[in-house]
Design a protein. Structure first.
Length: 218
């Protein structure tokens, strides 16, 4: 399992995201730039032990209303070939040295492990503690996931990776709390991942993070 290092990152993850988020079509912040705070998240393990995988949740308070975003990130010791468009930035890690941070929707390691999580083959890991499952993250799957997801594409609400026959893996970039704490699954859902995050002030809420669907959205 991944080891969480207690060290310094330069720049910090929030500093990287402050520069990167406004370039995303699903960013709904104010005109003066994001004002970000960490609101939650979880990790997944890379079976090869080479790539850090984190699903970071940040809340932006720069607009009229706070908005929480799901930002899947991968951390690599060298650039990922062909993924220049998905580079969030580079950081100096106090233990591991230079790390290349990528939008994880474009990193095949993260995509494969997210599908494994949906199928129940791996467990979500605590964001801040080594070797500790995150029991707050829930998932379901009604059958085997499609294979061979193609290039991720952003839209005003999220990121979608299409597969054959209209199936797709969709990540909810803008997180919306479920009214009763139980996220409603959209029609055609084959599997999902849900979890919690904190609103400004510390109130915990739950919602959908990702949905695997079998056919085109209605």
């Amino acid at each position: 399992m991944a080891v969480i290092h207690r060290t310094v990152l330069t720049p910090t993850k929030l500093e990287l995201l402050t520069s990167w988020l406004p370039s995303r079509p699903w960013y709904h912040g104010g005109t003066g730039g994001p004002e970000l705070a960490k609101a939650g998240g979880f990790r997944l393990d890379d079976p090869a032990g080479e790539v850090g995988i984190e699903f970071l949740i940040v809340t932006d308070t720069s607009g009229a209303e706070p908005v929480s975003y799901l930002v899947p990130l991968t951390y690599r010791a060298a650039p990922l070939d062909g993924a220049e468009h998905a580079l969030v930035g580079t950081m100096e890690h106090g233990v591991l040295g230079r790390r290349w941070a990528y939008d994880g929707c474009h990193d095949p390691v993260l995509v494969a492990q997210l599908v494994a999580l949906i199928e129940g083959r791996v467990e979500a890991q605590d964001q801040n503690t080594s070797d500790t499952p995150d029991r707050d993250v829930t998932r379901s799957c009604e059958g085997p996931a499609p294979a061979g997801f193609s290039t991720a594409a952003d839209d005003p609400e999220g990121t979608e990776l299409p597969a054959a026959d209209g199936a797709a893996l969709r990540l909810h970039r803008i997180l919306r709390p479920a009214g009763d704490g139980v996220p409603a699954l959209p029609p055609g859902t084959l599997g999902h991942v849900a979890g919690s995050w904190r609103l400004p002030g510390g109130t915990p809420v739950r919602g959908l993070f990702a949905v695997l669907r079998t056919g085109p959205r209605s």
